[in-house]
Ligand binder design. Structure first.
Ligand code: S3P
Length: 187
């Protein structure tokens, strides 16, 4: 293409927040970060922002302040992040289970449920032992119980993407296609 024929520079435009929800090990952060890069959007991880606000790591928040206080902080931090311009946000597994956060997300975001099989979750969580909910017992049993109680709630998300042991691009492309089809992303 000759220089004066060059196409004008297009920038992707995100109309709404894109928020990834789902159980620990579903790949919310890894996939969310890649989606953001692919569409030139900002990415934030709610757990990292909670740690930044509290000045301590999540296991330490659970240990010194307890889960209820962690959940209060999580609710406040997510509400604050949703005040920003549209971004891609990965949330901790319990965030969408909170009624207030779920209502706020229904209003302000397109929610993506990263769904995965138990075997995949157990394998991925096994690699990291930093998750307080998995410390007191058998991780497979705990994750199975959480699947039972939480999957009906995650099912309220706007979009469901199945997270298998496949290259990240498969989930990333599926999410981008959903966003385009919904009119949330203009490319
Ligand atoms: C939690 C999931 C964790 C973290 C905290 C509680 C949960 O985030 O927020 O340990 O309740 O499922 P990830 O889903 O990113 O591991």
């Amino acid at each position: 293409m000759a220089k004066d024929e060059q196409a004008p520079e297009f920038r992707a435009e995100l109309k709404k927040h894109v928020v990834l929800v789902g159980l620990m090990g579903a790949g919310k952060s890894a996939i969310g970060r890649r989606v953001a890069t692919a569409i030139d959007a900002r990415f934030l991880d709610a757990d990292t922002e909670i740690e930044r606000a509290a000045g301590m790591k999540i296991p330490d928040i659970f240990e010194t302040r307890g889960e209820a206080e962690f959940r209060d902080g999580e609710r406040r931090v997510i509400a604050r992040l949703l005040e920003k311009a549209p971004l891609v946000l990965a949330t901790g597994g319990g965030a969408f289970i909170d009624d207030e956060t779920r209502a706020l997300l229904a209003e302000k975001a397109t929610t993506i449920w990263m769904r995965a099989d138990l075997d995949v979750l157990v394998r991925r969580c096994g690699r990291r032992s930093s998750r307080p909910l998995l410390k007191n017992g058998n991780p497979r049993e705990i994750l199975a119980r959480l699947m039972e109680s939480r999957y009906p709630i995650y099912a309220e998300a706007d979009v469901e993407v199945f997270s298998r042991d496949e290259p990240h691009e498969v989930s990333v492309n599926a999410i981008i296609k959903h966003l385009k089809d919904r009119g949330d992303l203009i490319l």
